[in-house]
Ligand binder design. Structure first.
Ligand SMILES: *[C@@H]1O[C@H](CO)[C@@H](O)[C@H](O)[C@H]1NC(C)=O
Length: 376
């Protein structure tokens, strides 16, 4: 091959790659790039990416205009694995689209000044503030190699007001929080509320009423190349307790998040530039059991973990938003026995593994009990 032909070939490859990933060159949309080692599939009709590593990819802007195929894609992913990627989700997707997009969190929160400042430490249980390394473990036999920071709606000055360190990037952090709530509310309104039944989820108040419970938990997973004792984990296996969880993973960061699929196999959820990850929570799964039955119809709250120790385990930054319903929303009666068994024996940390088995309890009372069980 001549030098000129080689250059042409490389150029053509680069062009194909770019066009394939960036949806026909539509510059405003789809800023993400697919690292070469990831397996992706594309929809032949639209040229859009439809899966990454077998996980569904959905264009959030299409959901916003109630595009039927996209709404279906969210629902079918929520029923099968309970996990999917969103692209074109505005500021949040832009933050994960650029290397260092989340670094402002790292530099302003995870430094020695904050670590030494006891006034910004999170109190045990449901509270906001800085969480030191090893300060928390969902399943107590594991050591979780991470430090964290937790914050919620900044307008809520109640008993759990935010504890801002002196140099925290408060405005940016609040903007991230508001964007997370925007996506939560849109997904609930445009996709889930119809499927669950308006009355089952308590109407708009049912999800928007959770705004004071909604929480961002930001974690810096500490690099740990070895895992001699098999006990070091980023996060032990668990399900999330609320409606939905939205996750920003650092662009170019290590793959550490894994979920357990229908065949009980752990599968990777790699960071993909310009995307966020969404997973279904326990409460949404419970609510889906009121109107629907059978595993093909109900939504799945996936068991997942963060595994970054062992081979080449690097540092990692993730921003996780837990979207909760109104605390007064009833945990639906009659479905607890059906779906609440996975946490038995302390194997997994789930909403329903608690001691509270009282019928007719509200989501808020279950959540209180869960928070009492997490060591800080
Ligand atoms: C965060 O900052 C620390 C200290 O400056 C640095 O070592 C680390 O690589 C940064 N990123 C992550 C993801 O931990």
């Amino acid at each position: 091959m001549s030098a000129l032909a080689l250059v042409k070939w490389i150029f053509a490859l680069a062009l194909c790659y770019h066009v394939g990933v960036a949806r026909g060159g539509d510059d405003d949309k789809a800023k993400f790039h697919k690292p070469r080692h990831l397996q992706a599939t594309f929809d032949p009709r639209t040229g859009e990416m439809s899966t990454i590593e077998g996980i569904r990819v959905v264009d959030f802007e299409d959901v916003l205009v109630s595009n039927a195929a996209s709404v279906d894609a969210v629902l079918s992913a929520s029923k099968s694995s309970g996990i999917y990627y969103l692209t074109n989700c505005g500021i949040l997707c832009r933050l994960t689209g650029q290397t260092g997009g989340l670094e402002f969190y790292n530099s302003s929160l995870f430094n020695d000044r904050v670590r030494a400042d006891l006034s910004v430490r999170a109190d045990p249980g449901n509270s906001r503030g800085y969480i030191e390394e090893g300060g928390e473990a969902g399943v107590h036999k594991f050591v979780e190699r991470k430090e964290g920071f937790e914050y919620g709606d900044d307008k809520d000055a109640g008993g759990k007001a935010n504890k801002w360190p002196e140099n925290a990037e408060r405005e940016k952090m609040n903007l991230v929080f508001e964007e997370m709530q925007r996506i939560k509310n849109s997904l609930m309104e445009l996709v889930y509320s119809d499927y669950l039944g308006e009355e089952v989820v308590g109407g708009k108040e049912g999800w928007e009423g959770g705004r004071n419970l909604d929480l961002i938990r930001l974690f810096r997973y500490i690099a740990c190349a070895d895992d001699e004792d098999g006990k070091s984990l980023g996060s032990s296996p668990h399900t999330d307790w609320g409606l939905l969880t939205l996750i920003l993973q650092e662009a170019g960061g290590v793959t550490a998040l894994q979920y357990r699929d229908e065949k009980m196999v752990w599968r990777d959820v790699p960071p993909v530039r310009g995307t966020i990850v969404v997973n279904v929570g326990d409460m949404l799964e419970l609510l889906s059991n009121v109107r629907h039955s059978g595993p093909a119809e109900t939504l799945t709250s996936p068991i997942h973990r963060v595994q970054h120790c062992g081979d080449g385990g690097g540092g990692r930054l993730s921003v996780v938003f837990f979207a909760y319903p109104d605390e007064g929303l009833m945990v639906p009666q009659g479905v607890i026995e059906k779906v609440g068994v996975r946490g038995e024996g302390g194997a997994y940390n789930t909403l329903l593994d608690g001691r509270e088995r009282e019928r007719g309890a509200t989501f808020g009372s279950w959540l209180e009990e869960k928070w009492r069980g997490v060591k800080v």
